[in-house]
Structure formats: structure tokens, C-alpha cells
Design a protein around this ligand. Structure first.
Ligand code: GP9
Length: 418
């Protein structure tokens, strides 16, 4: 409607500010021309990072990778009903997911400004990798518009699907199969590959031979025990990948981004998480995922505490590659994001958010004043007015994201029709 278009134009000023902040980034263009490998880690929560149980690190390889990368410990998921597929969509497009159903189902076709589309224009070879059937979450139909030239699924002729663990081909096998493909692509220019892991999937019950942690007796055959074993198994595969990239000479010319797609355990496991590993599994902890980005020039680790979102992944990465953020991406380049926040597009409690200072949960009646505004550090109830500015911004963002997606706004903007 005309109203929507007006809103969109009004918001352009705010979006331009986001674009402009990129230019202050000390890392803008730092990795120009490098390959990009993005690994979306299935069911990975942040609380496992640097966690030790009986002196064993749960994620030793991720922990080591963090020591030579930028780590964003306050990153939160933004999925809707499309779980894994929404995380993919949000991180690659820097827009909110759809209100109902998965983003790949609702927005299968159309014009997108996804990472793969942007990088294709820069001459990159693009691919997506996922060790299950190609039409899971409607990926097969949605990926072409997302810009992936090739989709290495279980059905791709180059992929050997004999090593199955849990929901699909083991991460370890997929990583090893992709290394020679990436090596070949590297010879022909730069590549962007988006890899969706799978081995750490609910119900997390790995075959005994893959359970390598020696956990205390009480954790055996419990959801928490299973989860830790499975996270550890997936971490070993990630370690093998890093070794492989180093051996193939790809580690030094590839930006590597790694983040969790969504929570693994669920609220009913909260008591056990507290009792076994002293984790308070609040909603905030449940939504907290790790995000780690490694630049080829980077030798030292850096921890950036800014409140980050999955929507920030794309602009942060294009910035490193020296590519200006498209106007209609709603995230921020994290190296310059200030007053961090993450907005949610829940169907039932939309416009809720976490921020540096206050958190907000929309009430079920959808009335702002009835929502819960709390201090971000203490969790104590505070005056809702403290939440209003962020709330308004998130509301605007969600409306604009919906409008762009529902009316193929990016195509219209491109064609000068708006
Ligand atoms: C299945 C995989 C997991 O294709 O992506 O999806 P999830 O069940 O986590 O949404």
C-alpha cells in the first residue's frame, strides 16, 4: 500500500546510517577477494563454548578456533517456524523470517539480496551444502533464488551418502568430501560456500562408538548427556575441517564464519542443565548461540560483547570482503555495531527484543504497555518506557521486512518502481 511505501522511504534514512557505519569499520575490505565459508552449526547453543565436564572440553576445536578469531558471545537466534531453514534465511538475507511456516516455503521465489546473490555479482562461485535430501525445508526450490549455483545435497552425484549419522550424512564425511571441491573452486577464482551441519540433531542419541566423552555416571542416557556427547562429536568433525583447510592451503585465503542455528535442548531439560552443569536455562540462555568469524589476516582472538543477531551475519561478512551493505538489509556490521540489540519476529509475541540495557517480551494481547520490560543484566522489571525506543525500531524493521518479502519489494526497488 501507499502507506507501506511511505514507511519504507522514511526508514531509508535509518538504513543509510547502518550502511554508513560500515565505513568506520577498521576491517572494511580487510579480506577483499577471499573465499567465504559459512558454517551453520545445527542445534548449537553458546553455553557449551569453553565448558568443561570432568576436565574435558566439550568443544575443544571451536574453543581453539575462537582463540584466533572474533567471537561474539552475545549472539541470539531469530528463527520463526522454519527452524534451521529460517536461521539460514535470516543470516544470508539480513531480514526477518516469515510470520508463518518456514521462510523458504513462504518466500521460495523472488529477488533477494542474499550473500550468494551479492557474491555472485562479484564473480564468486557459490554453493550450499547439506547432507540430507534436497527438498528438506524446501531448499531445492528455494536455493536458486537465494543464489546458490550448486547444491551439494545427499542427491548430488558427487556426494557419497554411505556415511550416515543421525539425520543425514555425517558432518565429518561432508566436510571431507567438500575439501577437494573447494580446492578446485579456489583454483578457478573465489568461492562462497554455505555449509549446514546436521550431525548434532535432536534427539542427540549418538551410536555408542561415537560417544567419546567420559561423563559422570549420573549423566548417562540423559538428554543433557546425549547433547554434550553429540556436540563434542560434531566439534571433532569441525576440527578435522579446519585441519583440512590448513592442509589444502585454504585457511589463509578464506573468511570462515561459524554460528549456531537454534537451541538444542528445550525448557523441560532446564532442571537437569542446572543440576549437571550449572546452566540457568532461561529463555535468554536458550536463544544464545555462538558466532565466530575468522579473517585470513587474523592471528589473535578478539571477544566482542555486543548484542548481536543472526541478521548481522551478512553485513559483517560483506564488510570484510569490502562490499557495501545493500540498503535493504536490516542487520549491522558487528565490528561497528553500537547499542546492540536483537529483535524477534514471533508470530505470538512479535517485536520482543534483547538489548544491551533492557529486554522486552511482548504480552499475548499484543499491547505494548502490557509487555514485560526488564533490566538486561538483573532481569528485574523496569518501566516499560525504557523499552519503547527499541520496541518501535524492531516493530518498524519487522514491518519493512514483511513488506519487502511479501511484495517482492527488493525487485521493485531494483527496478525503480518504489
Ligand atoms: C534438516 C535440518 C534440520 O534438513 O536442516 O532441521 P531442523 O529440524 O533443525 O529445523
Amino acid at each position: 500500500s501507499e502507506d507501506n511505501v511511505k514507511q519504507l522511504k522514511k526508514f531509508e534514512k535509518e538504513l543509510r546510517k547502518r550502511q554508513d557505519t560500515q565505513k568506520d569499520s577498521p576491517y572494511f575490505g580487510d579480506a577483499k577477494g577471499s573465499n567465504l565459508l559459512v558454517i551453520q552449526a545445527e542445534s548449537l547453543n553458546d553455553f557449551v563454548v569453553n565448558l568443561k565436564v570432568d576436565d574435558q572440553e566439550i568443544t575443544p576445536h571451536l574453543n581453539a578456533f575462537i582463540k584466533e578469531s572474533s567471537y561474539y558471545p552475545n549472539t541470539y537466534l531469530q528463527i520463526g517456524r522454519g527452524n534451521t531453514s529460517d536461521a539460514e534465511f535470516v543470516a544470508n538475507n539480513s531480514l526477518y523470517p516469515s510470520k508463518k511456516d518456514g521462510a523458504y516455503r513462504t518466500y521460495e521465489n523472488g529477488v533477494f539480496q542474499s550473500l550468494a546473490q551479492i557474491l555472485k555479482r562479484e564473480g564468486y562461485q557459490t554453493s550450499a551444502v547439506h547432507g540430507n535430501v534436497a527438498d528438506f525445508w524446501n531448499r531445492k526450490n528455494a536455493y536458486p533464488a537465494q543464489g546458490y549455483d550448486v547444491f551439494y545435497s545427499k542427491e548430488h552425484p558427487k556426494i557419497d551418502d554411505s556415511s550416515q549419522v543421525g539425520l543425514g550424512i555425517s558432518d565429518s564425511s561432508m566436510f571431507q568430501q567438500m575439501l577437494p571441491i573447494w580446492k578446485e573452486q579456489d583454483k578457478n577464482g573465489s568461492f562462497y560456500s554455505f555449509f549446514v551441519t546436521l550431525s548434532n540433531h535432536r534427539p542427540f542419541e549418538l551410536p555408542a562408538e561415537h560417544q567419546k566423552l567420559k561423563l559422570p555416571e549420573k549423566m548417562n542416557n540423559t538428554p543433557v548427556g546425549h547433547y554434550l556427547q553429540n556436540v563434542h562429536y560434531a566439534d571433532v568433525a569441525f576440527g578435522e575441517l579446519l585441519d583440512g583447510l590448513k592442509k589444502e592451503g585454504l585457511y589463509d585465503n578464506t573468511v570462515i564464519a561459524f554460528y549456531g542455528d537454534h537451541y538444542g535442548l528445550i525448557p523441560e531439560n532446564a532442571d537437569q542443565l542446572k543440576a549437571f552443569i550449572d546452566v540457568d536455562f532461561t529463555k535468554k540462555e536458550m536463544f544464545n548461540i555462538p558466532l565466530v568469524i575468522h579473517r585470513p589476516t587474523q592471528t589473535e582472538g578478539e571477544v566482542n560483547e555486543v548484542v548481536a543477531s543472526q541478521m548481522d551475519v551478512a553485513p559483517t561478512l560483506t564488510s570484510l570482503l569490502g562490499i557495501e551493505q545493500p540498503l535493504y538489509q536490516l542487520g549491522y556490521d558487528l565490528s561497528v555495531k553500537k547499542e546492540g540489540y536483537v529483535g524477534f519476529r514471533h508470530e505470538i509475541t512479535p517485536y520482543s527484543f534483547f538489548s544491551e540495557s533492557v529486554d522486552f517480551e511482548m504480552s499475548l494481547d499484543g499491547v505494548f504497555e502490557n509487555g514485560k520490560c526488564t533490566d538486561a543484566k538483573t532481569g528485574d522489571r523496569v518501566d516499560p518506557e525504557k523499552c519503547r525506543p527499541y520496541y518501535k525500531r524492531v516493530q518498524k524493521e519487522v514491518e519493512i521486512s514483511d513488506f519487502l518479502l511479501q511484495y517482492n519489494g527488493i525487485e521493485q526497488l531494483r527496478d525503480g518502481k518504489l
